[in-house]
Write a protein that binds this ligand. Sequence first.
Ligand code: EPZ
Length: 421
Amino acid sequence: MDKIVINGGKKLKGEVKVSGSKNSALPILFATLLTDEPCAIENVPSLADVNTTLAFLNFIGKRTVKSGSKVKILASGKYKHIAPYDLVRRMRASVLVMGPLLARLNKVDVSLPGGCAIGARPIDIHLEAFKKMGVKIKVEGGYVKTAAGKGLKGNKIEFRFPSVGATENILLAAALAKGKTEIVNAAREPEIVDLADMLNKMGAKISGAGSKTIVIEGVEKLRGVKHSVIPDRIEAATYLIAAAITKGKILLKNVCPEHLKAVIDKLKKCGMEIKETGKTVSAKWVNDLKPRNISTEVYPGFPTDVQAQWMALMCLLKGKSCVKENVFENRFLHVAELQRFGADLTIDGKFVNIKGVEQLSGAPVMVSDLRAGAALVLAGLAAKGRSTVSRIYHLDRGYELLERKLKKIGADIKIVRNGIK
Ligand code: EPZ
């Protein structure tokens, strides 16, 4: 099994180029199923989840070629309407195949994704919305079998919770549905806006993306497109926290500062010196930081995908703080691993109470999910001595060139592949 080995205690200094957003690239790649014309997607990060999505598109009937961060997608003209378990179990975002295939083929059978480390991750909001668009649904043999009869019909759809994936799935379905669809209580994440921007470039008629109400006028056909994915705000936030936890100074390039506002505001309140310009953010540790509580919320609140990384930072700040997780039901798997570094953490339902300690000591730890893995790497970078982080395939899903980017700014880090240095 591959491991990351870190000798902690180095201050990180230098420049980091932020990659394209994983959580924007995935829905955008699935959106190419809505047209048979060639599509060119740029600033696509090289990640395991992107490879899984491309494998999915090839299975369904596209021909995809990725060179560097550019992906070309051609149609073979024939599409399968099945999303098999071995692909879906690898990546929950596979559920995004439903919207486009219902819109194009009027049917799709998707293997139930099953839970994941951070929770059951149901898809009831997606399915309720599809029913409102005239989709018949039955669950059989571990598959959700759906059929849209004579075609998807636009409707007014109110979400009980502003689900990111459900908002994306309905955007993808409604773009080619008959009539108008209105999504009320829609997710407002930047990734939703990026997807809507691309769909509109393909000829869709979408307004209100980024607000709580999105209106989509269905059209007959969508054309091919060239589109560049927005920068990854979660990767960017992770590196800002890396600068804070190692008392360093970094300059992030190719980033959208406005997508990071909640995290930047909190880091400024802790005492980090942060300057935002058009596409860069600089972060400098100037003196001892003060702990600050966070409560995760949907966008534009503090992102749940930065909760674990924030907790790692709070472990080393003198004083008490508290982290509340409101979005997922089980997103504290990193707590036990952070305790192995010597952190003082207590779980109390949706809360984790943190007491800052003088120092963390390097330890062997294990990654449970993508962002928990990021938190363990951050703790290892700050801890005294050697840490080994195992099950790093989780990290390969969401952090492009993590080891290389950290090494470039002074981290003593290396990946040991299958025990070979
Ligand atoms: C997206 O997941 C992101 N993934 C997640 O990032 C992110 O944590 C999440 O949005 C919240 O911001 C991608 O974009 C690929 P949700 P998604 O639907 O769409 C519940 C990462 O680390 N829910 O907004 O699955 C759900 O269980 C990943 O990059 C239902 O109950 O998130 C969760 O508690 C992790 N029923 C909450 O809503 C549903 O039908 C938020 O889920 C759908 C969701």
